[in-house]
Design a protein around this ligand. Structure first.
Ligand SMILES: C[S@@+](CC[C@H](N)C(=O)[O-])C[C@H]1O[C@@H](n2cnc3c(N)ncnc32)[C@H](O)[C@@H]1O
Length: 151
């Protein structure tokens, strides 16, 4: 696989990106697609949200368990969004704000500047919210709500 483009982001270092429970990603950025893939952008403008598939190119090695910033217990890497995974592939849903030729202006950036993009697909979900289970995250979120109430 080779990149179809690169991310322009205000984040220069992974540590600058908000993480943990309740972290939001309102940051705007640009997906700049390489000229040879321009034809592939035809009709993308009609979609409000996109899946961006990208490479954690600054990740070093992998671990099959991870302690996410949203919890204090280890979980299997495939039950987390850790960058240290056997195939360092990231998946982010962004809002498409506008297109200017090869540049897609988006909101929802959680990658550093220069991150290689492998693919883009329209975001479509047919799963009703009440059918979605949040796994270990639901317990971590409930614990956080409980401790916030105590304060
Ligand atoms: C928890 S991951 C989630 C990324 C994506 N939404 C996903 O689910 O695959 C986001 C973190 O990856 C790190 N990160 C961002 N860009 C990176 C890159 N190009 N290489 C390595 N780590 C990166 C940052 O620390 C950021 O907070």
């Amino acid at each position: 696989m080779t990149p179809i483009g690169y991310i322009h982001s205000a984040y220069q270092q992974p540590s600058e990106i908000p993480k943990g429970l309740g972290a939001e990603h309102p940051a705007m950025g640009i997906l700049e697609i390489l000229p040879q893939f321009k034809k592939g952008l035809k009709d993308i403008d009609g979609f409000s949200h996109l899946f961006v598939i990208w490479i954690f190119h600054q990740a070093k090695g992998f671990d099959l368990t991870a302690i996410p910033p949203s919890d204090n217990k280890p979980h299997g890497v495939f039950a987390t969004r850790s960058p240290q995974r056997p195939n360092p592939i990231g998946l982010t849903v962004v809002e498409l704000l506008s297109r200017d030729g090869l540049r897609l202006h988006v909101r929802g950036i959680d990658m550093v500047d220069g991150t290689p993009v492998l693919d883009i697909k329209p975001y479509l979900s047919s799963i009703p919210p009440e059918k979605l289970n949040r796994g270990w995250l639901a317990a971590a979120e409930a614990a956080q709500r409980k401790s916030a109430k105590k304060k």
